[in-house]
Design a protein around this ligand. Structure first.
Ligand code: BGC
Length: 374
């Protein structure tokens, strides 16, 4: 995986996609996924937003053409009871309004760029500032607020969009493809991009998970492990200091599972909002595991990315009205944002975040949802 020679871009379809006639339902063939779609709402300019439903033998996933947003992800617990494991809204309005990126595709650069500044080949760039003194998750209008063009695939859906040269201050026209596929217990998200000028690119998904079900007020009974020997300490604006610190003898040592509630209460009262450093091999590698013992749900994450931002929803405050009237307080979800390291564009010693015109950005993350029987 990783940058390689450019391949032919995928064919895209025009919106709106006509409703499909295939009936949703449980699959007898575990390898098979059914995809159907319906109109979810309209943007203020009248453009229709389509919601796709992907059903495999064990996952039902819903994703929008607006922001390529995952709006729901249902699996069963060990007793066969289904729950929706991601935070979100019932209506399009919730996603159009300002919100903390629930379920969205994030770009052009996920995470923070210090003061929104960088330079490439001696030329300085200034991005919009939208998080204290920094630029966060693509700027004022990131990829989470864009209407993507969908294409239905046998096992999923592929979304494409073009970010124009100068979009949010970034150089080069960037073409982007994000593909969601279900394969039995596994959701894969593949990100590809090509550019006309050298630009930083860092794409991720910002789903907020709660393995007990969205709307359950905490994740304190979740057991988490992250396969990282190093993490990035940050300053008070959450920009990495530049140090690549060992996790040994710190509360960032998650190589063996910790029960989040105990761990946060004893050691890190605010919770996690940090990048953990993963394998730089660009090969599919296991990176995180979250087990919810009461339900038996187990989430295992693998990625080709060099980092993962582990965020325990520290800034949620219960003020948003979630799906079905749910309230989402602080620490009611966790995000596992596989990505390049924050502010890599300004830190020579961090993995290269620049995409050049003759290259292709190509990364995949796999989320496997299984159930541990007692
Ligand atoms: C960041 C958090 C931020 C959240 C929502 C995460 O990726 O690390 O600091 O609050 O996104 O914007």
């Amino acid at each position: 995986m990783g940058p390689s020679r450019q391949t032919a871009p995928p064919r895209s379809v025009r919106q709106p996609v006509p409703p499909t006639t295939r009936a949703p339902g449980r699959q007898s063939d575990p390898a098979m996924t059914r995809v159907c779609n319906e109109t979810f709402g309209s943007l203020p300019d009248g453009s229709p937003v389509v919601r796709f439903t992907l059903r495999s033998s064990s996952i039902t996933l819903r994703v929008l053409s607006f922001g390529a947003i995952v709006t729901s992800l249902e699996t069963e617990d060990r007793d066969g009871r289904a729950a929706d494991l991601v935070l979100g809204f019932d209506t399009l309005e919730g996603y159009i309004n300002k919100h903390p990126y629930f379920g969205a595709a994030i770009g052009r650069v996920a995470n923070r760029i210090a003061q929104g500044k960088f330079s490439i080949d001696g030329k300085d760039y200034q991005l919009a500032i939208n998080d204290g003194p920094n630029s966060l998750h693509g700027g004022l209008k990131g990829f989470d607020k864009v209407l993507w063009t969908p294409e239905i695939l046998p096992n999923g859906v592929k979304f494409s969009m073009t970010s124009v040269d100068g979009d949010e201050g970034y150089p080069g026209e960037l073409r982007v493809w994000v593909t969601y596929e279900l394969n039995g217990e596994e959701l894969s998200i593949n990100y590809r991009a090509t550019t006309s000028k050298t630009t930083p690119v860092n794409l991720t998904n910002h789903s907020y998970f709660n393995l007990a079900g969205h709307g359950i007020p905490t994740i304190y009974d979740h057991e988490v492990s992250i396969e990282a020997e190093n993490y990035l300490p940050v300053d008070k604006t959450s920009i990495p200091t530049g140090e690549i610190a060992s996790v040994v003898n710190t509360y960032f040592d998650l190589r063996n599972p910790v029960v989040l509630g105990n761990h946060i209460k004893n050691k890190l009262t605010e919770g996690f909002d940090h990048n953990f450093c993963l394998s730089l091999s660009k090969q599919r590698s296991p990176c995180a595991r979250v087990y919810h013992r009461p339900s038996g749900r187990l989430l295992e994450v693998e990625t080709t990315q060099p980092g993962i931002q582990f965020y325990t929803a520290n800034f949620l405050d219960g003020s948003l009205k979630g799906k079905g009237g749910a309230i989402y307080p602080k620490h009611s979800a966790f995000c596992l944002e596989t990505q390049n390291w924050p502010d890599a564009v300004n830190k020579m010693e961090f993995p290269d975040v620049l995409l050049r015109p003759n290259e292709e950005y190509n990364h995949t993350t796999w989320f496997k949802f299984s159930v541990v029987k007692q």
